[in-house]
Structures are given as structure tokens and as C-alpha cells.
Design a protein around this ligand. Structure first.
Ligand SMILES: NC(=O)c1ccc[n+]([C@@H]2O[C@H](COP(=O)([O-])OP(=O)(O)OC[C@H]3O[C@@H](n4cnc5c(N)ncnc54)[C@H](OP(=O)(O)O)[C@@H]3O)[C@@H](O)[C@H]2O)c1
Length: 321
């Protein structure tokens, strides 16, 4: 299968290349970057010397090249992705890692674990094959939303959370979540030994989480950690169900998902980084009558490129590509 990566010089593009090296069924034939156009992949990233991607060169955008691919991963910034992709809808398969199509009714929101593709769970969403056949595009979910929607989805759909109470989601991310572009706040001297909150109101990911979970009663606050990768989300909610009831629901819902692990200990980033897994832990604070859900993912793995490859595998599994 012939693959192209738009924006291959950024963090998610690099991660896709690293992960796809293992896939003998995939041939990457086209990678783009404006900054590095004309340079070889190995000039920019020596990791690929002596690999089958050694001869790849960064190129400019070309309609002809895009249409030669069976599938395009778009790793472009939000806003830019849609400008480029819109005219290719229905012509070539696309997995878009940006937020541009995540609320588009024509497009499947590719949070792989909540689709009824592996199980026949009554709470799971129907996998809309017809939409994919028509528009040939999947919107890969955001990294913070992945860490929050996966643990909350079965609880909200199963009415396990008190409807009149607010769900509070407090998330911390490594700096790669902000992409490779230069930003003063992310310079080493600003971030090292530091830790801060940013955009505590109206973050675009809060909108995405509320849209997919179909709830208005949710508050999301993001923070940046002085580390490279990983997201830990702490989610607080009220429920009249017992700890055991809710744990059983999570276990049952994700029993066939080998990447969703319900732990008996607190999740840590070191156990999920460089994997495609999500680790979840649920606890109950009796004194405050409050449930606490913890989840950990690698923002570049399950939160981006790893999940994008899961979406590709679903297209392959259902013979859509
Ligand atoms: N980082 C994460 O953890 C993460 C997780 C989930 C989703 N995402 C989403 O995935 C997308 C890529 O994220 P990233 O972290 O890989 O970003 P990034 O590191 O900033 O990379 C962006 C890529 O797009 C290219 N690019 C930048 N501006 C462009 C423009 N105006 N027109 C065309 N190409 C442009 C860049 O290369 P040139 O400047 O050389 O062209 C680079 O290859 C974003 O939409 C982001 O929101 C990121």
C-alpha cells in the first residue's frame, strides 16, 4: 500500500514514519515539508539511515503526488489541513490528525475504541462504513480528548454519571503536544524545572470532548509539563453507582481492546510512553462522595500517530482500502 504524509517533518509525522518502519505492508512514497523541501529524510533525522525509508526526500505539495497514494496521513496544523484536503475528499483515503474535520458530520471521528468494530457492545457507536466509502476520510481524535473520552464514554452513555453535576477534567501534557513550531513558552529555559497551566477557558479540546460525549456539563483544563511526551488526565465526577459497578462497566466495555488497560494501580507516563495504550484507574473518595478517574497515554502514540495507524488498520480490516 502506497502512503503519503503531509507535514512529515513535525512531531506526529516523524512518529508515523518511526511506527511505519515496522510495517512491511506499507510503502511510504511521499513526504512533505516546506522548510526541508529537497532535503533527504536522513539529513534531518539520522534515525532513518540504513532503513527502507533512507531514500525518502521532503517534497512540496503536489496534487499529482497525493493522488498517486492509496492513503494520505495529514499532519498539518489545524486550519491548514482543511485548506489542502477539501478538494481530495472522496478521491484518496485520508486520515487527518488535525482538528479540522472532528466535528464534520460527513466524517468519522476515529476514536477507534468507541466503535462497534471489535465487539457488539450496545453502547458502542456504529461504524459508518458508507460515510467512509463516500468521503474516504477519518478525523483522528485530539490527544487530550483521547485521554478523557475513552474512560468517560461508557460511563456517560450508560448513564452512570449524575446528569446535574459537573465533570472536571484536569490534564497535564508533555511539550511535544504543542508541535515543533517555535514558541517562546516552550523554549528550554522557560519550560525546564517549570510547570504551568495554559488556556483554562475555551480550549478547543473542551469543545471536542463535549461534542463527542454529547454533554455540556464538563470542564477541561490543560497544563504543560517539562517533559517531552505523555498525558495524564485526572477526571472528577459524581455517581450514585458503586465503585465496583463502574469498574465492571469499564472492564466489560473494553474487554476486547487490548490497548485499553484498567489498572489496579495508579497510571504513570513511563508505562505508556512509546506505546499505543491507555491506562485507566478508578477510585472513590468517600469523604467527598467523589469518583476520580485517572488516565495516561502517549500524546504522540495513542493520542496521535499510533491511533492514526489503528484507523488505517480498521480500513484494511474492513476491506475499505
Ligand atoms: N503533537 C501532538 O501530540 C498531537 C496530538 C494529536 C493531534 N495533533 C495534531 O496533529 C497535527 C500535527 O501536529 P504536530 O505536533 O506534528 O505539529 P508540528 O510538529 O508543528 O508539525 C506540523 C507539520 O506541518 C508543516 N506545516 C506547518 N505549517 C504549515 C502550513 N501553514 N502549511 C503547510 N504545512 C505546514 C510543518 O512543516 P513545514 O513548516 O516544514 O512545512 C510540519 O511538518 C496538528 O494539527 C495537531 O493539532 C498533534
Amino acid at each position: 500500500m502506497k502512503i503519503g504524509i503531509l507535514g512529515a517533518s513535525g512531531y506526529t509525522g516523524e512518529e508515523l514514519l518511526r511506527l511505519l518502519l515496522e510495517r512491511q505492508d506499507i510503502d511510504v512514497i511521499y513526504i512533505t515539508s516546506r522548510r526541508y523541501e529537497g532535503k533527504t529524510l536522513t539529513e534531518i533525522n539520522p534515525r532513518f539511515i540504513n532503513t527502507r525509508f533512507e531514500s525518502l526526500k521532503f517534497e512540496s505539495f503536489s496534487e499529482e503526488k497525493i493522488l498517486k497514494c492509496d492513503l494520505i496521513f495529514s499532519c498539518l496544523p489545524h486550519g491548514e489541513s482543511k485548506k489542502i484536503l477539501e478538494k481530495f475528499l472522496g478521491k484518496v483515503f485520508i486520515i487527518d490528525l488535525s482538528q479540522d474535520y472532528r466535528k464534520d458530520e460527513r466524517v468519522l471521528y476515529g476514536l477507534t475504541n468507541i466503535y462497534d468494530v471489535y465487539t457488539k457492545h450496545f453502547l458502542k457507536r456504529t461504524f459508518k462504513k458508507d460515510l467512509i466509502k463516500k468521503y474516504k476520510i477519518i478525523a483522528n481524535p485530539g490527544c487530550y480528548p483521547t485521554s478523557i473520552i475513552i474512560p468517560l464514554y461508557p460511563l456517560i452513555k450508560g448513564n452512570f454519571i449524575d446528569k446535574n453535576t459537573l465533570i472536571i477534567c484536569d490534564s497535564k501534557s508533555g511539550a511535544s503536544g504543542a508541535g515543533k513550531k517555535l514558541k517562546e513558552d516552550l523554549l528550554f529555559c522557560e519550560l525546564n524545572e517549570n510547570f504551568y497551566c495554559y488556556k483554562p477557558t475555551n480550549h478547543r479540546h473542551e469543545e471536542e470532548i463535549k461534542y463527542i460525549l454529547n454533554t455540556k456539563k464538563l470542564k477541561f483544563t490543560p497544563h504543560i509539563l517539562p517533559i517531552e511526551r505523555g498525558i495524564l488526565s485526572t477526571i472528577y465526577f459524581k455517581s450514585s453507582y458503586s465503585l465496583e459497578n463502574i469498574k465492571s462497566l469499564l472492564r466489560e466495555f473494553y474487554k476486547n481492546d487490548k490497548n485499553v488497560k484498567i489498572l489496579n494501580r495508579y497510571p504513570q507516563l513511563k508505562f505508556v510512553n512509546l506505546t499505543n495504550e491507555i491506562h485507566i484507574y478508578l477510585d472513590y473518595d468517600k469523604e467527598n462522595d467523589l469518583f476520580i478517574l485517572l488516565s495516561a497515554i502517549d500524546n504522540l502514540g495513542k493520542g496521535a500517530s499510533g491511533q492514526a495507524i489503528e484507523n488505517l488498520d480498521i480500513l484494511i480490516k474492513y476491506s475499505l482500502i
